[in-house]
Design a protein around this ligand. Sequence first.
Ligand code: 1HE
Length: 262
Amino acid sequence: MRPTDDTPDLQCTIEDTVAIVRLRRPAKRNALSDGLILALRQTFETLPEGVRAAVICGEGEHFCAGLDLSELRERDAVQGLHHSRLWHQTMDAIERGRVPVVAALHGAVVGGGLELASACHVRVADDSAYFALPEGTRGIFVGGSGSVRIPRLIGVARMTDMMLTGRVYDADGAERIGLVQYRVAAGQALSKAIELARRIAANAPMTNYALMHALPRIAEQASDHGLFTEALISAIAQAAPEAKARLHDFLRGKAAKVRKDA
Ligand code: 1HE
C-alpha cells in the first residue's frame, strides 16, 4: 500500500492497481471546499500509470455534506459562474478520466456530495447512507453538474421532487430508484467498492475506456449515429492485442467462465 500526493483534506492510497481516494474533513462532514475540489481534480488527472480503477470514499460518519457553505457567503455572480465551472472540471476529471471510479457511500450523501457520487461510474451505498438535495432549502441551485448527471440516473421528475420537497432517500430507496447500483450492510461500503474496483481493474483497458467514453456519448446520440459509433468502438476494441489474447485463452478453455453467483 503506497500513499501518493496527499493534501491535508484528501488522501490517495494505491493498492496494486486500485487507487483509494479519501475525503478527509470529517470535522466538517467532508464538505467540499475550493481546495478540496481542486485537490480532487489534481488527483484524478495525475493518477499513476499502473492504476486501473479507483474508489472514492469519505472519512468519519458521512460521505460528504456537499458544498462548503462557509465559502459561499462573499461570492458575486461572476465568481459563482467560475466556481461552478471549477466543479464541472473536477467532475469531468472523474467521469471522463482515465479509469473507472467506484463511490463508497455512507451517512450523508447530500448536495454536492451527491453530485460527486453521480460523476462516478458505480455507486455502492451501505445501510447508513441517505441522499438529499438540500439546495432548495439553502436558496441555491445545484452547480456541480447535478442537473445533468442526476436526472440521467433517476429522471428529471425524481430530482425535481427531491429539490422541491426536500425528500430524503435511504439506501433502500436509492437502490430502488437507480441512484446506486449496490446496497450493503452498514460499514461494508468501502470493502465492497474495493472488491468491485479490483474486478474492474482486471478488465481489458480498452473495454473500460469504451464504457467510460463511448457509452455515455452513444446514449446521447440519435440511434442511427449511436449504432455507427458502437460499430466503430466495437471494431477497435476487438482488434486490440489484449482482446485477441483473452479470446485465445477462452477458446483453449483457460479463461474464467461466467458463474451465476459472481
Ligand atoms: C458544514 C457543512 C457544509 C456540515 N458546509 N460546513 N449542504 C448542506 O446543506 C448540508 C449541510 N449539513 C448538514 O445538513 C449536516 O451537517 C449533516 C447532515 C451533513 C451532518 O450532520 P451532523 O449532525 O453529523 O454534523 P453537524 O453538527 O451538522 O456539522 C458538523 C460541523 O460541520 C459543523 O461545524 P462546527 O464548526 O459547528 O463544528 C457544521 O457547520 C459543519 N458542516 N456541513 C460547511 N455543507 C456546487 S453546488 C453544490 C451545492 C450544495 O452542495 S448545497 C448543499 C450543502
